[in-house]
Design a protein around this ligand. Structure first.
Ligand SMILES: NC(=O)c1ccc[n+]([C@@H]2O[C@H](COP(=O)([O-])OP(=O)(O)OC[C@H]3O[C@@H](n4cnc5c(N)ncnc54)[C@H](O)[C@@H]3O)[C@@H](O)[C@H]2O)c1
Length: 246
């Protein structure tokens, strides 16, 4: 399939994990992929392995640098069809709110939620001008259900889902769709930071009894950001092995 021929995609948080798998798949399907991330050596590897076209070291919390980078990409490629936001951190995973530091809370909200606000704002003007765009944020089932011991993560992802629902409606008549995806546990480097008991608890809640794979996530994401997905916006898609009930 060459679903993304002549399309330009930005993947923020695409240096590894879920974003990396999506970057690979969009490139394989003919897209021009630009990855933004904070991990310099992983980004270098993407270029060395010819997995993507351009990489930029950018922190999603740096609004000024983000805007400059989007302008650079527009100068290079002239258009912007897809934004996938896979940037995120998990923060503390076994800490009740009484012991959860304000600094940890502010840090995770800043990356997972304020960052999503920054990047969405940065790409929308071009997409609206083109009368076409696909924005997808990776949220989490934790934001729907609440994971105990992870108040920062849960709150940031719940906020992100609110952002998707509101902004999706704001731009519903522009040709730009704004959606979210709420995965249950997916096997990625992020989970190495998760408390083993918490990981066991989260996996036990998945009726299929296993972790999801990045390839499974990339497969669904690529449909959501394709030209075929014309009547979906402001929605949180599921990929949870049967865990989600709403
Ligand atoms: N892996 C899971 O089980 C799971 C489940 C649900 C949701 N998610 C979400 O999916 C997304 C991707 O997670 P993953 O598992 O691939 O994790 P990951 O840690 O492998 O990848 C996250 C990427 O985001 C980048 N990143 C972190 N902070 C950044 C910042 N300030 N600016 C720019 N980039 C930054 C990292 O460098 C990394 O490349 C995250 O938002 C995560 O919360 C993951």
């Amino acid at each position: 399939m060459r679903r993304f021929e002549n399309q330009v995609a930005i993947i923020i948080g695409g240096a590894r994990g879920i974003g990396h798998a999506i970057a690979e798949r969009i490139t394989k399907e003919g897209g021009i992929v630009c990855v933004l991330d904070v991990l310099q050596s992983e980004l270098d590897e993407l270029i060395k392995e010819k997995i993507v076209q351009n990489v930029f070291v950018v922190d999603i919390t740096n609004e000024v640098l983000l805007n400059e980078t989007i302008q650079n990409i527009l100068e290079l490629h002239g258009r912007l069809d897809i934004l996938i936001n896979s940037a995120g951190i998990v923060g503390p995973t076994a800490t009740k709110i009484e012991y959860y530091s304000s600094l940890d809370f502010q840090k995770i909200i800043n990356i997972n939620l304020n960052g999503a606000f920054n990047i969405t704002k940065a790409v929308l003007p071009q997409m609206v001008q083109q009368n076409y765009g696909r924005i997808l944020h990776i949220a989490s089932i934790g934001g729907k259900e609440g994971n105990p011991g992870m108040v920062g993560y849960t709150a940031s992802k719940a906020g992100l889902m609110g952002l998707v629902k509101g902004v999706g409606k704001e731009y519903a008549d522009t040709g730009v769709t704004v959606n979210g995806l709420a995965p249950a546990v997916i096997a990625t480097p992020m989970n190495k930071d998760t408390d083993p008991e918490m990981l066991k608890y989260m996996t036990s809640k998945i009726p299929m009894g296993r972790l999801g794979t990045v390839e499974e996530v990339a497969s669904l994401v690529c449909w959501i950001v394709s030209k075929e997905a014309t009547f979906n916006t402001g929605f949180i898609f599921d990929i949870s092995g049967g865990r989600a009930t709403f």
